[in-house]
Ligand binder design. Structure first.
Ligand code: SAM
Length: 246
């Protein structure tokens, strides 16, 4: 059989595409993409002509997953990409990977950009232990069910959020964790990359004044007092905004 390649794509800055990602996409027989229109743009930027571009997303994955697996069993190499970053991280992919493994198909990661880890490493919060929680559910009771157990989780917490929900999400975080310190990482790798560092209340007040734009990673300090002490430094004593204009 062929193999399943999980290919990372940029999260904003096209220079984050790796040589290996370009070569893999060039060489694979099929590219499966979350949004084929987006992927076509990326492919044309890197002058990659796919022999076959297949749509694989949340709403068709039950049917298209087994179809893709059949192609691989027939000997085709398949590359899975999402709109940004790593496939299968808050994006479709994990079901296809499980299906591939159950058919004895080799699964090959082609690593690259990822929003959560990029935010974490630049946050200034401890990186030894962390919990990635992705997007919160929509319903209040489901949000509680996700957040409550995280109150006692060791280490830094990571969430994804869209601009129109970020303030609401900060309210939920405040309610569950109290006024912890957070870092809001926005527009990572892009022209107006920005890190907002402060308490949940400080950051919420700031966002209320300046309407949230772009996509966010919310990095929340963990519960452990020792770790918090280790992260203590001057920049935490007041709200700080670090802008990188490329
Ligand atoms: N698969 C992607 C990854 O590996 O990071 C995540 C895809 S998820 C559908 C999209 C979310 O990731 C956004 O809502 C935002 O929370 C985060 N994200 C993606 N790109 C980002 C960026 N350039 N800056 C900040 N957050 C970003």
């Amino acid at each position: 059989s062929g193999s399943l390649y999980l290919v990372a794509t940029p999260i904003g800055n096209l220079e984050d595409m790796t040589y290996r990602a370009v070569r893999t996409l060039q060489e694979c027989d099929i590219i499966a993409a979350e949004d084929t229109r987006n992927t076509r743009k990326l492919l044309s930027h890197f002058e990659i002509t796919p022999s076959m571009l297949f749509s694989y997303h949340e709403h068709n994955k039950a049917a298209s997953g087994p179809e893709l697996i059949r192609y691989i069993i027939e000997g085709k190499n398949l590359a899975l990409v999402s709109d940004a970053g790593l496939p299968a991280i808050s994006d479709p992919g994990s079901d296809l990977v499980a299906l591939a493994i159950s058919h004895g198909i080799p699964v090959i990661p082609v690593p690259g950009a990822n929003a959560a880890l990029s935010a974490l490493i630049a946050s200034g919060l401890p990186t030894t232990t962390f919990t990635f929680a992705g997007f919160l559910p929509r319903e209040r009771k489901d949000i509680r069910a996700v957040l409550s157990p995280l109150r006692s989780a060791q280490g830094t917490l990571l969430f994804y959020e869209s601009p129109h929900r970020v303030l609401k999400t900060l309210e939920h975080l405040l309610e569950t964790f109290g006024n912890r310190r957070i870092v809001l990482a926005r527009e990572l790798t892009k022209r107006y990359e920005e890190f907002l560092r402060g308490t949940i209340e400080e950051c919420s007040a700031w966002l209320a004044d300046y309407p949230p734009l772009g996509e966010y990673v919310i990095v929340v300090e963990g519960e452990s007092k020792e770790e918090a002490a280790a992260a203590e430094s001057a920049w935490w004593r007041e709200l700080s905004i670090e802008e990188h204009v490329a």
